[in-house]
Design a protein around this ligand. Structure first.
Ligand code: TNX
Length: 537
């Protein structure tokens, strides 16, 4: 077999994998048309990179990552024209993420406004290759059907959120996740790095956050069937933990950038903070020593916004965070913050008086606005969950709408930008089905057709739509203990979600259903775990 591979690599004389003629692409391109003939890709095909913008080389890298497993070697990359090549060039008339892809018998042409668009053309190309080619050996030639594709996303923000707090996923797993989401033309990775159950990012100024806050005492091992949320979980006494060093974070951010994915870190404030309070007890209202939380749900123990030291702390954390993440946004959480302790706290009462606040909710508004000023001064914009809309929000905060679309609609109506991630359609921690064979999950049933049916613009005028930056799938991980399980929750639902974000009103369920069968075969070829028994034939 080694010999066969070597032979195929050197002379391209191995087997030919014929095209299956399929032009089945997810998310659905704006236009895709079959033309006469096939293109034959071999190990001797050149990549001609005639695009000068920064990051153009990542497009050639993406082609080679796709092709190298087929031929056992990478294609040569050059900048001068060549016949029979895959040519990548800039077309200034196209938007940054838009592309035109032409597969002809004499070559493949990719034209895009910027490297990001060309990268999406490569993702389309992956789906035009015969699926048999992935995982086969001794390949000398692979055929693609000739076609012309013109495509562009309708939404600028297409996100996937990973909760790495409730369960930890290694750098390697996060990278695999980034590969999967890139394949679906997702451009934003929202990384939920802190929560009650674990602090997952190294902060040099506050080492206890990871020394203490990254470890909880017990490990989730299962749950009673049919049980609700928290009460029916089973744990064992093995400590559970993990965190990312700053070098690892930089590594992931770079890996994402090469796939045209921006990483948005989330540092929860003022709620979902027990792991921080367990690390530094002076951050809470009472100063009591807490333990990192071991079970799920909302916790009353939150940061004390009455004390100045709390703001010194969170700004110290954010000062390191803004250095690690080059993207324009930082997410500060803001969801599910009970005010129970604030109401009994002398520091919080004093803050209410000194700031002239009359309602407890305003204490959170005050905190959010203060963090926003800090982030703005460091060149960043703030995102928060839709709770930050309650009371008063600054006009410049971006809202992530999760309790339905109401938050996003309200934001848009008052001129705040918003991202739609309503739990009813976008929460991939919810079960895809009920019954036999379904892994641990919680919440309402969210099958793939329901994900597909989501209309992020419902209830908005065309002017208001402008404020909807995009949408996102959320992988909350209370009941997602490992990466295999994570893939199952993600796929094929991400296929449905990405089509809404990319293709908007070009959606059509029966057509998608057919294309998803083809996509499922690609998932198989890549060895991804997905909800197969619910889906593919
Ligand atoms: C609500 S969505 C939460 C999370 C949970 C999730 C479970 C949001 C902003 N807060 O803390 O993990 O529900 O579905």
């Amino acid at each position: 077999m080694l010999l066969a591979l070597l032979c195929a690599a050197v002379c391209g004389c191995g087997r030919t994998i014929p095209t299956d003629g399929s032009l089945s692409v997810i998310p659905r391109p704006a236009s895709i048309e079959a033309t006469e003939g096939t293109f034959v890709l071999t190990p001797r095909t050149n990549i001609v990179l005639s695009m000068e913008q920064p990051g153009a080389e990542w497009v050639a890298d993406a082609i080679n990552r796709m092709v190298e497993p087929l031929f056992g070697r990478a294609l040569a990359v050059r900048t001068t024209p060549a016949s029979g090549a895959v040519t990548i060039r800039t077309d200034a008339s196209l938007a940054a993420e838009a592309y035109r892809l032409e597969v002809r018998p004499d070559g493949i042409e990719i034209a895009a406004g910027a490297p990001a668009g060309a990268f999406y053309a490569v993702q389309t190309l992956r789906q035009l290759l015969p699926v048999e080619a992935f995982g086969a050996s001794d390949i000398g030639r692979v055929e693609l059907p000739c076609a012309v594709v013109a495509d562009a996303p309708c939404m600028g923000y297409r996100g996937v959120m990973l909760d790495a707090s409730r369960h930890f996923f290694t750098v390697d797993e996060v990278k695999q996740l980034l590969d999967i989401v890139a394949m679906h033309k997702i451009n934003t990775f929202h990384w939920h790095l802190t929560d009650d159950q674990g602090w997952r990012i190294e902060i040099k100024a506050y080492p206890e956050l990871t020394r203490v806050g990254s470890i909880r005492k017990r490990t989730l091992i299962g749950r009673d069937p049919g049980g609700e949320y928290d009460e029916t979980c089973q744990y064992d006494e093995t400590p559970y933990g993990g965190f990312y060093t700053q070098d690892e974070i930089r590594d992931v951010v770079a890996y994402a950038a090469e796939r045209f994915i921006t990483v948005i870190p989330e540092i929860e404030f003022p709620g979902h903070a027990v792991s921080a309070l367990a690390s530094y007890p002076w951050l809470s209202c009472t100063g009591e020593q807490y333990e990192v939380r071991q079970t799920w749900d909302i916790d009353d123990r939150v940061y004390c916004p009455g004390k100045e030291t709390t703001f010194e702390f969170i700004e110290g954390v954010l000062a390191e965070v803004v250095e690690l993440f080059p993207g324009e946004y930082v997410h500060i959480g803001g969801d599910e913050c009970p005010m129970t302790y604030w109401k009994k706290c002398p520091h919080c009462k004093a803050r209410m008086r000194s700031e002239g606040l009359t309602e407890w909710r305003q204490l959170q508004n005050y905190s959010t606005a203060r963090l926003e000023r800090f982030l703005n001064a460091h060149g960043k914009k703030l995102i928060g969950w839709d709770e930050i809309l309650e009371g008063e929000v600054t006009p410049t905060a971006t809202i992530m709408s999760w309790r339905g679309t109401e938050g996003g609609i309200r934001a848009a109506k008052q001129g705040n930008y918003a991202i739609m991630a309503p739990s009813e359609y976008c929460y991939f921690d919810h079960a895809q089905a009920v019954g036999e064979g379904e892994p641990l999950s919680w919440g309402a049933r969210l099958p793939v057709d329901k994900v597909y049916s989501f209309d992020p613009y419902e209830g908005l005028t065309p002017e208001e739509r402008h404020y909807i930056l995009g949408m996102q799938a959320n992988l909350w991980a209370e009941y997602i203990p490992n990466f295999d399980h994570l893939q199952y929750m993600l796929l094929p639902r991400l296929g449905a979600l990405c089509e809404t974000a990319w293709a908007c009103d070009r959606k059509e369920w029966s057509d998608f259903r057919r294309r998803l069968d083809r996509m499922a075969r690609l998932y198989d070829a890549y060895g991804y775990n997905y909800a197969k028994h619910l889906w593919a034939e």
